[in-house]
Design a protein around this ligand. Sequence first.
Ligand SMILES: Nc1ncnc2c1ncn2[C@@H]1O[C@H](COP(=O)(O)OP(=O)(O)OP(=O)(O)O)[C@@H](O)[C@H]1O
Ligand SMILES: [Mg+2]
Length: 537
Amino acid sequence: MNTFADFGLEPKVLQAITELGFEEATPIQGKSIPIALTGRDMIGQAQTGTGKTAAFGLPLINRIPKDEDRIVALIMTPTRELAIQVAEEIGKLARFKGTRSLPIYGGQDIVRQIRALKKKPQIIIGTPGRLLDHINRKTIKLDDVKTVVLDEADEMLDMGFMEDIQSILKLVPEERQTMLFSATMPANIQKLAQQFLKNPEHVSVIPKQVSAPLIDQAYIEVHERQKFDALTRLLDMESPELAIVFGRTKRRVDELAEALQKRGYSADGLHGDLSQHQRDNVMRKFRDGSIDVLVATDVAARGLDVSGVSHVVNFDLPQDPESYVHRIGRTGRAGKEGAAWSFVTPREIDHLHFIERITRHKIARKPLPSIAEAIEGKQRITAERIIELVEAAELGEYKGMAIQLLEQYDSVNLLAAAFKLITGDKNDKANIELTPEEPIRVKRRNPDIRSSGRKPSGYGNRGGGSGGGGYRRDNREGGSREGGNRGGYGNKGGYNKEGGRDSYRSSSSSSDRKPRSNYNNGDRRPSKRNDNNSFDN
Ligand SMILES: Nc1ncnc2c1ncn2[C@@H]1O[C@H](COP(=O)(O)OP(=O)(O)OP(=O)(O)O)[C@@H](O)[C@H]1O
Ligand SMILES: [Mg+2]
């Protein structure tokens, strides 16, 4: 057990930690902070929701002199939402010391960013594409950067950011500290590490299983056409505080969010084809609880920390075990419990076993909730709300009618009728038709490649020879289908108004760099880029 005072952090940094209510350091913080404070390169791996942001953020803030007026630290994240969130957390940790930080991401007005850059931030938190834009415009200079952090390093590689990261790091002085963090460290991270890190310290607090321990994981076997009913029954039965429902494609997310709204759920969708304004809006509504179901593509899988997310539903199974780990890791964070449910079609059972094998966690099979369970769940919630109202005792103007009715009718019948009226869904008949998704197929891969090269990675280490797994992420179907279908869904539910995939370029930047197409560059991975290119740069 580590108290923060043991690390020799400055009083003003400690004050911020106290203010945030952090009592003791998490294991990854306990191991990383002393190393990071020395300025050594490091790779940090720990389960989702265990405080990796502060693990790199605190030493970073601690090491920056107060009167520094140059950019001395750079944090890169794979998504805009994550850049915003990390910047907020860094801002909180730096509050008393006064270290200045600034998020820089695509989709935001570049002129506004340039103005903010004039205020001499010391830490920049950004997505690679927009960072490069600023570098090319000479509005960001990296000559004085002493520390670089790649948050979700493996994801940035997977999204095809390698080239961008290379270009950016070339401009950072060799004499620097570089740190990589993620909950998952597939083997290809070695490539990045070898290229950019010097004799890094590997810090891993991954025990046997890579997914966070406080998440209750289950799966329900359903046919594609049953999924929507299964979801609504689950939502009714479990009544999540907040839930994130992951769909495989943007089209899926649009259709599902719209269908849930039709059925009266307070839901909205998030994916990379929305304008930044729409994305910000959805995230804000979800964070403040004005919607309680966020339907999202993998754009929301990494790093997002929203307190109150009690449930994650994989409406569609993800292709990669990593994605599974990160998606379900949006719940069960910072010592809280959470539930993760995955819908698995009969043809995907093998894929589920593959995920179980790689994540080393058996996922319990649960039956499809029955209509009776769903109704009971809804009634339970309604009853709780009624009791709350009764206890609040502010029912003055409703009492007259209640008294009148009770004189004529039986009280049980009256209450039952009220329940029926409240919970019986007039919207249940709303016609819902979702475009079916193809089942995911198992892509074999060599178990060894899961290891980060040093034990224990939480993956791999199960023997198995080398070579020839044949697993290729860019074969995954989600991406191409997302792209292929986009045109047809342009005006559903008010989404996709931006139009095509390159629109982020024109709206976010006037840089002369070529738009990143997923299809014209063999180097880029088509699958995720398809969603991510518009969410990042
Ligand atoms: N020492 C601590 N004590 C209590 N809460 C903490 C502590 N450190 C961080 N937290 C909180 O825990 C939550 C999760 O932290 P964070 O987002 O950094 O996790 P993470 O390890 O980066 O997860 P992911 O892999 O999903 O990105 C945040 O709300 C953060 O404020
Ligand atoms: Mg994180």
